[in-house]
Write a protein that binds this ligand. Structure first.
Ligand SMILES: NC(=O)c1ccc[n+]([C@@H]2O[C@H](COP(=O)([O-])OP(=O)(O)OC[C@H]3O[C@@H](n4cnc5c(N)ncnc54)[C@H](OP(=O)(O)O)[C@@H]3O)[C@@H](O)[C@H]2O)c1
Length: 227
């Protein structure tokens, strides 16, 4: 990690550079971070993305080994294969963008997907974020002016990791809002439903009341609507 005028320049591995991972790769490379994309069946497309954003392309194992932060952004059913290819995540800050749709082992009743995935990543400094809004919406609303910035919710059990991830969320053009531990984040998980923030746009002014409600174990306020 080196310091520049803008802050910390980080080495970031993207495992799964599709709709969501590709957005994040582009946004963080543009912000000055060193980004390496990985884990694709279409190697040519991966190389092309790397060239387009001024980053690198590598195997998942190489990308992860050289990274401080790993963005994990693959379809749910591909998680076991991606984890196997990535190798050890020990001491890496992970940003998990996945949602539990489709094939593959699932969380048990009452367990959040974040708890479930954190347990599949032993040693990782696990966080979850960038998962509540569609890739198209995320791309469209990045870099809005301050009061209208879109919230990227995050959760995790490692406060320092969440600080780093919050900085990256800001660098990507959003405003970070911490919902708490992996056990507290059910409202940011799929599916879209009443009483949850998943699938909904939030801005900071409305997000703070959600955090207070979650912390108090209360229902969250009605979903805000923006004109
Ligand atoms: N799309 C959204 O709007 C959205 C929003 C929020 C969260 N999410 C979540 O974020 C995660 C990523 O979603 P996404 O829409 O970005 O997915 P995606 O566009 O399908 O990207 C997945 C990436 O993983 C790579 N990959 C490598 N091996 C794979 C395999 N065996 N099977 C499938 N893909 C493989 C794909 O590259 P190749 O095709 O070259 O293999 C691709 O770059 C998912 O868990 C999803 O639920 C998605």
């Amino acid at each position: 990690m080196i310091q520049d005028k803008k802050g910390l320049v980080m080495n970031i591995a993207i495992v799964g550079a599709g709709h969501i991972g590709g957005n994040i790769a582009r946004q963080l490379a543009r912000a000055g971070h060193t980004v390496t994309v990985s884990f694709a069946r279409d190697e040519q497309a991966l190389q092309a993305l790397a060239a387009q954003i001024g980053g690198g392309a590598a195997t998942a194992a190489e990308a992860v080994a050289g990274a401080e932060v790993v963005v994990f952004s693959v379809p749910w059913g591909a998680i076991p294969e991606a984890l196997e290819q990535a190798g050890s995540l020990d001491a890496k800050i992970v940003i998990d963008t996945t949602n539990q749709f489709g094939a593959g082992p699932k969380p048990s009743d009452g367990q959040t997907a974040a708890e479930f995935n954190a347990a599949r990543m032993p040693g990782a400094r696990y966080t979850k974020s960038f998962n509540t809004l569609t890739a198209g919406f995320q791309a469209a609303v990045a870099d809005r002016p301050e009061p209208e910035k879109a919230v990227q919710w995050l959760c995790g059990n490692d406060a320092k990791a969440k600080e780093v991830v919050s900085g990256l969320i800001r660098d990507a053009g959003y405003v970070p809002v911490d919902l708490g531990a992996t056990t507290d984040c059910a409202v940011m998980e799929a599916p879209r439903r009443a009483g949850a923030v998943y699938g909904e746009e939030y801005r900071l002014a409305d997000a703070e009341a959600v955090v207070q409600a979650v912390q108090a174990g209360q229902p969250i306020p009605p979903t805000p609507r923006y004109g």
